[in-house]
Design a protein around this ligand. Structure first.
Ligand code: ADP
Ligand code: MG
Length: 362
C-alpha cells in the first residue's frame, strides 16, 4: 500500500516577526518521514525560532504548520507529539539517569504512564537504545557530557514522538566526542524510525548527518536538498559562503570571462546558477598548487598568490595564500590523492583549477 503521508511536517509561508525584524520570512518546507534532516544556518538566521514555532513555543504571525496531515498552529506544545532536545540538555541534576528518563513518561499531560512496571520496561529499552546500560542509577552529575546528551535524547524518545527537534545538540561537546556522537545519533534515529530535525551552525556536521539539508539565510530557506547537491551545487553565493569550502569572488560576466577583483577568469562549460549577485566560486579541494611560472592548459584558470601557511587536519592539508589585495585564498589537498608541494612562506605560487570546476552565479 502506498504511504498516505510521505511527509511528516509541512510549513507554508511561515512568518514570525520580533518588532520590525522578520526572524522567519515566509518559510516553506516539507520534512520526509523516517529521515535525518539537518538545518544549517549562521547565528541569527532564525534556526531556533523555526524550531520553537514547530514545537509550539511560538505562534507564527502568518502561514500554516501541518503535522501528520493536521493543522497545528494553535495546538499547545505538549499536545503536539513533537520531542525537543535542547542544547544545554536541561536535565534534573538531582535525579538519576533512569529517573530523568522516566520523568517525561510519568508526567506528560497526554497519556501519562503510571504503571511502574511499564515505565521501568520502557526506560530500560531506551537506555539500551542510546547505549547507557549500566549507568541507570548514576546521578546525571556523575556522567560525561556525551552521556548526558544521550540521557536528554532518551528522555525525549521514551515518549515516542513522531518528530524530534534537536537544537545544536552537539554544541556543548568537545570535538572528539562530537564526531562520535554524529554517528551515534544517526544510528539511534535509524533504529527508532522517527524524523530528526537537527539544527547546527556547522557545515561539516550538517552535510555529514543529514539525508536532507535545509539551509537557512535571514529567515528564509536558501536551499533544501540532499547533502551531495548542497556541497557540489550550492544554488546561491550565500549558500556557497555558508559551506566554508569555496573561494568566492564577486564581479561581472563579460563575454567568455568572469571579471573579478583579480582580473579575468576564462569560462568553460561550468555550471551556472541564477542569483541576485554575480559571482564565481571554486572549491578549496579543486585547486592545484604549482610553481609560479608553470604553464597552464587551455581548460585551466590560473591565479598567482603568496603562500602564507599550512594547516594539517588528519586526511587533508589546508594551505592559505594571500592574494594581491591581502584576501585569503584557501586550497585543500586530500592526502589520499596528492601531496601538495612543500611551499615556502612569502613565495609566489600559481593556483590552478579547471574551468569546468568553477560555479558561476549571475
Ligand atoms: P539562530 O538560532 O539561527 O541563531 P534565532 O532564531 O535565535 O537564530 O534568532 C533569529 C533572529 O531573531 C535574531 O536576530 C534574534 O536576535 C531574533 N530573536 C530571536 N528570539 C527573539 C525574541 N524572543 N525577541 C526578539 N528577537 C528575537
Ligand atoms: Mg539558535
Amino acid at each position: 500500500m502506498e504511504r498516505l503521508l510521505s511527509s511528516v511536517l509541512k510549513l507554508a509561508g511561515v512568518t514570525k516577526a520580533y518588532g520590525t525584524l522578520n526572524a522567519l520570512d515566509g518559510i516553506d518546507l516539507s520534512l520526509p518521514n523516517d529521515s535525518y534532516v539537518s538545518l544549517l544556518g549562521p547565528s541569527g538566521s532564525g534556526k531556533t525560532t523555526l524550531l520553537r514555532v514547530i514545537a509550539g513555543f511560538e505562534q507564527p504571525d502568518l502561514g500554516t504548520v501541518v503535522f501528520k496531515g493536521q493543522r497545528i498552529e494553535t495546538v499547545p506544545p505538549h499536545r503536539r507529539d513533537i520531542g525537543f532536545v535542547f542544547q544545554n540538555f536541561a536535565l534534573f541534576p538531582h535525579l538519576s539517569v533512569s529517573r530523568n528518563i522516566a520523568f517525561g513518561l510519568e508526567n506528560r499531560v497526554e497519556n501519562p504512564v503510571t504503571d511502574p512496571a511499564i515505565v521501568q520496561a520502557r526506560v530500560k529499552d531506551m537506555i539500551a537504545l542510546v547505549g547507557l546500560s549500566g549507568l541507570e542509577d548514576r546521578g546525571v552529575a556523575q556522567i560525561s557530557g556525551g552521556q548526558r546528551q544521550r540521557v536528554a535524547l532518551a528522555r525525549t524518545l521514551v515518549t515516542e514522538p513522531s518528530l524530534v527537534l534537536l537544537d545544536e545538540p552537539l554544541g556543548a561537546l568537545d570535538a572528539n566526542l562530537r564526531a562520535r556522537m554524529r554517528s551515534e545519533l544517526r544510528l539511534i534515529r535509524e533504529r527508532c524510525g522517527v524524523t530528526f530535525l537537527h539544527v547546527t551552525g556547522s557545515e561539516s556536521e550538517a552535510l555529514a548527518m543529514g539525508d536532507m539539508v535545509l539551509v537557512l539565510d535571514s529567515g528564509r530557506i536558501a536551499q533544501a536538498a540532499d547533502a551531495d547537491t548542497i556541497y557540489n551545487r550550492p544554488k546561491s553565493l550565500a549558500v556557497a559562503g555558508f559551506l566554508n569550502c569555496y573561494n568566492l569572488f564577486e564581479g561581472r560576466l563579460a563575454g567568455e570571462s568572469f571579471l573579478g577583483p583579480y582580473g579575468a577568469f576564462p569560462l568553460g562549460d561550468q555550471m551556472q546558477f541564477r542569483d541576485d549577485r554575480t559571482g564565481y566560486a571554486i572549491r578549496y579541494d579543486r585547486v592545484a598548487i604549482r610553481p609560479a611560472e608553470a604553464p597552464v592548459a587551455d581548460d585551466e584558470v590560473k591565479l598567482e598568490a603568496t603562500f602564507v601557511a599550512d594547516e594539517y587536519s588528519g586526511a587533508a592539508i589546508n594551505s592559505f595564500f594571500s592574494l594581491d589585495d591581502g584576501r585569503v585564498f584557501e586550497v585543500e589537498s586530500h592526502l589520499s590523492q596528492s601531496m601538495p608541494p612543500a611551499c615556502a612562506p612569502q613565495s609566489r605560487y600559481a593556483l590552478v583549477w579547471k574551468r569546468r570546476d568553477a560555479l558561476v552565479y549571475a
